[in-house]
Write a protein that binds this ligand. Structure first.
Ligand SMILES: [Zn+2]
Ligand SMILES: [Zn+2]
Length: 351
């Protein structure tokens, strides 16, 4: 085995250590709660059963969303975002950056891409050899481009992005609820052990420690959950919160925001019955997103319209992306956002 390959395997195995740690903590909390608290400490049967039912309910939802976050493969750009063979060969032969950009711009015209690099160039990933769709970023740990990448999370050893963002938010929510249930039900026994109302047994250590650990996790998870709920409401990823996406008309941190209810629906889906379960219900395909105000050049507008079976005509044209109505008004930068349903696209006329 080559040393570099062995090193890589070692690194991959080490990446699982935080996941193993979390699972060991969950395993111990299960033993401490079920055996030490419910079996050995709680004297009353009705209380014991009701605690066990609630505990298992939240534990199931927590583990379910946690494992879905871990094992959802990050979504990567489709083949449509790779360069066609002729352009790819021309791109690789070319040494001048500006000519390479021209090749990328020509290909990008046929793609629903509205964001650029800070310097205004088409975003291209050299290792993956794809034009990056809006909100897509290359993860150096996963060694791939990830659609709507939020961040790489060591606690789940996976990229959090388009394919699993809903599961990740639910994982945080159920982790907070799991810890809250433990704290709320353990506190009276915690006080009794602390004030020596209950005898010194081996359960004492587990129950005191269980309360401290659950309270600690509750505070840290709750702060992370609050931050991500705020991001969901704003339709921003963690990366975009730190660095505003750059559109062809400049950076705009609210560029993808479509109004609160629409932003929530993008992640959780439009059917309330799916919201609390870690099942797939996010909207869209992760490759193209509705933008609040997008300036695109007329050629790009034409090709996007043609993809939707329509042609650019004078006056008002309905430009449909993802089944949402985008109102096109030539030479008009008026923004029309009605609960995120109507988005104006400004087409700059050529002189
Ligand atoms: Zn990449
Ligand atoms: Zn990653």
């Amino acid at each position: 085995m080559a040393p570099s390959h062995a090193l890589r395997c070692c690194k991959r195995a080490l990446n699982w250590v935080p996941v193993l740690f979390i699972n060991l903590v969950i395993g111990w909390s299960y033993y401490a709660y079920v055996v030490e608290l419910c079996v050995y400490t709680i004297p009353n049967n009705a209380e014991r059963i009701s605690y066990l039912v609630i505990f298992h309910l939240f534990l199931t939802m927590f583990i379910w969303s946690y494992w879905k976050t871990i094992f959802s493969k990050p979504a990567s750009p489709s083949k449509a975002f790779g360069l066609p063979r002729v352009e790819k060969e021309a791109y690789e032969r070319e040494e001048r950056a500006e000519v390479q950009q021209e090749i990328l711009k020509k290909v990008a015209r046929n793609l629903p891409i509205y964001t650029r690099t800070a310097g205004g160039a088409v975003r291209y990933c050299n290792p993956c050899q794809v034009i990056k769709p809006d909100r897509c970023h290359h993860c150096s740990t996963c060694e791939m481009c990830v659609l709507k990448m939020d961040h790489h999370c060591p606690w789940v050893n996976n990229c959090v992005g388009f394919s699993n963002y809903k599961y990740f938010v639910l994982f945080l929510a159920y982790a907070a609820l799991y810890c809250a249930v433990i704290c709320a039900t353990v506190i009276q026994y915690f006080i009794k052990f602390w004030t020596k109302e209950l005898p010194e047994t081996h359960a004492k250590f587990h129950i005191l420690f269980l309360f401290f650990v659950a309270a600690l996790f509750f505070i840290s998870v709750l702060s992370l959950l609050s931050y991500h709920l705020w991001l969901v409401g704003k339709n921003r990823t963690t990366i975009e919160a730190f660095r505003a996406p750059v559109f062809t008309n400049g950076p705009d941190k609210n560029g993808f925001s479509l109004g609160f209810s629409r932003n929530v629906a993008e992640v959780f889906g439009d059917q309330a019955k799916h919201w609390i379960f870690p099942v797939y219900s996010s909207l869209g395909d992760g490759h193209s997103f509705l933008a609040r105000l997008v300036h695109i050049d007329p050629e790009q507008a034409n090709s996007v319209l043609q993809q939707n079976g329509k042609s650019l005509a004078d006056g008002e044209t309905n430009l449909s992306v993802h089944g949402n109505n985008i109102q096109h008004t030539a030479d008009d930068s008026k923004e029309k956002v009605d609960e995120g349903q109507m988005v104006s696209v400004t087409v700059e006329s050529e002189p």
